[in-house]
Design a protein around this ligand. Structure first.
Ligand SMILES: [Zn+2]
Ligand SMILES: [Zn+2]
Length: 390
């Protein structure tokens, strides 16, 4: 019997196994490399495309830190490619119709494969465009800022609304630790917040199994716990950007992405903390104002969700393992990350509204709905708001 829990991340691509939960799980990614100086690995992986034309997508920042050296390396190896670099001046790149249309215009009919060098937004753009153009794509990650590297969805802004589009997995993921460790600290803190969010996501997943009889898999939950655990153990080193801390953070981010693919649902990676983060982001997008990085919002959402679980402890069914508020707060503080929604610029009014309404954005049962059904959500919202804002 194959035990995915004992596999290293590099050995996970292509795995397929019958699980004790009764389902078959598979990892539909061909290659994962987490290492230093990955350019040569990228070139080796792309060999089958040697007589075809590639498209390399980056922005001014990611081109500078890694895209240029990858392009130079592929050039030396004799690859044919077109490189497109988004100019990112004072404006952050937005995954909207304009950016997607721009990449589509740059794609030429003889291009057979897309390589994206970058993290969040660039990945979302590359994923949807390559999917719609019917070509595979691979990612070279530049920052350990989010868990979307191994994702099948693209989070886009369409008609000024944040919408998630189904697209496809990258066929390969390369994470260059040498580059990732030099990412801005706020991006490292964001990735770490996204990882810590799994603590409450897993509690919600278990809750929904017990209360709602939803599908739950011990093996997948165990896989996420293991990845998160290794990241937490080495978290002391995040601020100093130690090689190990950045590596385990990156691995945890990729593993949680994989776990969504294994489960076929986002449960192992996203619960109440993500509902809250999405709510804050949706409101910011509607108002056309800046919003915090996804993972920074998720980190704060994790503190808030832990508060809900603590308040609900007496009305919870047995068997749910949730993190304490102190534990989550201390873990975030270790990396110097935000722990209070005020520090993210979330107003008191928006905060109250989000706790009362975030359960309605998507049809996903979490502790918010549970507290609501027990008639306690307004009371808990009031207690938490006073604790965080008074
Ligand atoms: Zn299973
Ligand atoms: Zn996330």
């Amino acid at each position: 019997m194959l035990d995915i829990l004992r596999k290293s991340i590099e050995d996970m691509p292509g795995l397929s196994f019958d699980c004790s939960c009764g389902r078959n799980h598979s990892v539909e990614i061909e290659k994962i490399v987490v290492g230093n100086d990955v350019a040569d690995e990228v070139a080796k992986y792309l060999e089958p495309y040697g007589n075809k034309k590639l498209f390399i997508l980056s922005d001014s920042n990611t081109y500078e830190v890694l895209g240029k050296s990858i392009a130079d390396h592929l050039n030396q190896k004799g690859f044919r490619f077109k490189s497109f670099v988004f100019e990112t001046g004072s404006h952050a790149l937005v995954p909207d119709e304009r950016s997607i249309g721009r990449v589509l215009l740059e794609l030429e009919p003889d291009i057979a494969f897309m390589l994206v060098v970058g993290s969040g937004v660039l990945n979302d753009i590359a994923r949807i465009v390559s999917f719609r153009a019917g070509m595979d794509f691979a990612v070279v990650g530049t920052a350990p800022s989010m868990d979307g590297y191994a994702s099948v969805g693209s989070s886009l802004i369409v008609n000024n609304k944040k919408i998630s589009y189904y697209s496809h997995y990258p066929s390969a993921i390369f994470a260059d630790i040498t580059v990732m460790r030099n990412a801005p600290l706020i991006m490292i803190q964001a990735g770490y917040g996204d990882v810590l969010g799994k603590l409450t996501a897993l509690a919600d997943w278990k809750l929904t199994q017990i209360v709602n009889d939803e599908f739950y898999c011990e093996t997948i939950a165990g896989l996420v716990q293991k990845g998160v655990g290794k990241c937490i153990e080495s978290a002391e080193g995040l601020v100093d950007r130690s090689d190990n801390a950045i590596r385990y953070l990156t691995e945890a981010l990729i593993i949680t992405g994989i776990s969504i693919g294994l489960a076929g649902v986002s449960r192992p990676a996203s619960g109440t903390e993500h509902q809250l983060a999405h709510y804050w982001e949706i409101r910011a997008v509607e108002q056309g104002i800046d919003h915090p990085l996804h993972g920074n919002a998720v980190g704060v959402g994790t503190v808030v969700t832990a508060m809900l679980y603590e308040l609900a402890s007496e009305i919870l069914p047995d068997g749910i393992d949730y993190p304490t508020v102190d534990h989550v707060t201390q873990l975030l503080e270790k990396a110097g990350a935000c722990t209070n929604p005020r520090d993210l610029g979330i107003s008191r009014e928006l905060f109250v509204e989000s706790l009362m309404n975030a359960m309605n954005i998507r049809d996903k049962y979490t502790i918010l709905r549970y507290c609501d059904q027990k008639g306690r959500l307004a009371e808990f919202t009031d207690i938490i708001t006073r604790r965080l804002y008074d």
